[in-house]
Design a protein around this ligand. Structure first.
Ligand code: NAD
Ligand code: ZN
Length: 351
């Protein structure tokens, strides 16, 4: 359908101007170019990175210099598309894959497009995000939702993709014994992905008991509360047998050290959590026991599996989605997301 901006109502977005200055304001609707679609956004999950931008205005080398719309875990409905679009139609419900790579470099061509140096990723400066009413996105990175999946599940496919990619990096397959550090949204997504890949046993740690309780309801076989004062850390250190793969979803040095120690010779440790730049790790132990240390940066080619996982699982999305807000209430949503005692896991905004 040709793009006709007059058919649209006004666009509004949650725009971060500087740390803690998040304004719900009118924003322009971007022109729909060749290969792009115009979406009416329905569900957007708040991610730890959105909260980090909200608090600090930057993540590492990514600094917000111009006001930026937040949000990258999104789903919506196609309302128009530009020339050259063949994979989606008006009215299609879709999950948005937020990173659009160049598609021409050697990394893109080899399938590792998440590592493309020219990737444009929603809500990563200078690219605006999806916390808005109308979003223009590359059609190729719009994935159709099956009828039985909700918009909220569409938004969950983004964190789930991180978990799927982490499990692929760690070669999790039938029977693999997996240790996951951290039961936040990413740790829980990794747990779902590990189970989906046929992991034989999955143990998970956290310092927040309520998150470990959630992990039990979605398939964790063993949980360790490693908070000081709890016995979990000691129990984990003495637990045997060792694991085939440990996947760190905390970024905490102590958790990564434990990951290396709890993996068998020839096993692997996957680094999903993003913590300090430099860490003190037992590298000699890793090298003499040939433990593979594997990085993770987002994901590539995971949406079909995320879709299949959700469509075939008994997962009630409300187990992970604990709170809902409207776009106007985005500041309240971020206050809740910041509050570690709130019990919130995934917060969804419905623009
Ligand atoms: P989160 O902060 O909600 O969850 C982290 C969890 O780890 C929390 O529940 C916390 O209580 C727990 N934790 C903290 N220290 C711990 C320790 N020493 N041992 C056990 N548990 C501990 O964050 P999230 O959204 O789940 O993301 C997890 C991590 O993954 C973050 O560091 C985030 O930046 C990173 N991340 C990386 C990628 C990637 O592409 N590599 C993508 C998304 C998120
Ligand atoms: Zn590229």
């Amino acid at each position: 359908m040709p793009y006709n901006p007059t058919m649209l109502k006004k666009n509004f977005g949650a725009v971060l101007h500087k740390p803690r200055d998040l304004r719900i304001m009118e924003i322009p609707i971007t022109e729909v170019d060749y290969g792009e679609v115009l979406l009416e956004v329905r569900s957007v999950g708040i991610c730890a990175s959105d909260v980090h931008y909200f608090q600090h205005g930057s993540i590492g080398k990514y600094v917000i210099k111009e006001p930026m719309v937040l949000g990258h875990e999104a789903s919506g409905v196609v309302i128009a598309y530009g020339d050259g679009v063949t994979n989606v139609n008006v009215g299609d419900r879709i999950a948005v894959e937020p990173g659009v790579p160049c598609r021409f470099c050697s990394l893109c061509k080899s399938g590792r497009y998440n590592l493309c140096k020219d990737v444009r990723f929603l809500a990563t400066p200078p690219v605006n995000g999806a916390l808005c009413k109308y979003l223009v996105h590359a059609a190729e990175f719009c994935h159709k939702l099956p009828d039985d999946l909700s918009f909220d599940e569409g938004a969950l496919m983004e964190p789930l993709s991180v978990g799927i990619h982490a499990c692929r990096r760690g070669k999790v397959s039938r029977g693999t014994k997996v240790l996951i550090m951290g039961a936040g949204p990413i740790g829980l997504a990794t747990l779902l992905a590990a189970k989906h890949s046929g992991a034989g046993m999955v143990a998970i740690t956290d310092v927040r008991q309520e998150r470990l309780e959630v992990s039990k309801t979605i398939g964790a076989d063993i949980t360790f509360n490693v908070d000081s004062g709890m016995r979990g850390a000691t129990e984990l250190l003495s637990y045997s047998p060792l694991f085939d793969v440990a996947i760190d979803c905390t970024g905490a040095e102590s958790a990564i050290r434990t990951s290396i120690k709890k993996v068998r010779a020839g096993g692997a440790v996957v680094f999903v959590g993003m913590g300090g730049d430099d860490m003190n790790l037992p590298i000699l132990d890793a090298s003499t026991r040939e433990i593979d240390l594997l990085g993770v940066f987002r994901y590539a080619n995971t949406y079909p599996e995320a879709c299949e996982l959700l469509a075939n699982s008994e997962l009630d999305p409300k187990t992970l989605i604990t709170h809902y807000f409207t776009l106007q209430e985005t500041n309240e949503a971020f206050s809740l997301a910041e509050n570690k005692g709130s019990g919130a896991i995934k917060i969804i905004i419905n623009p």
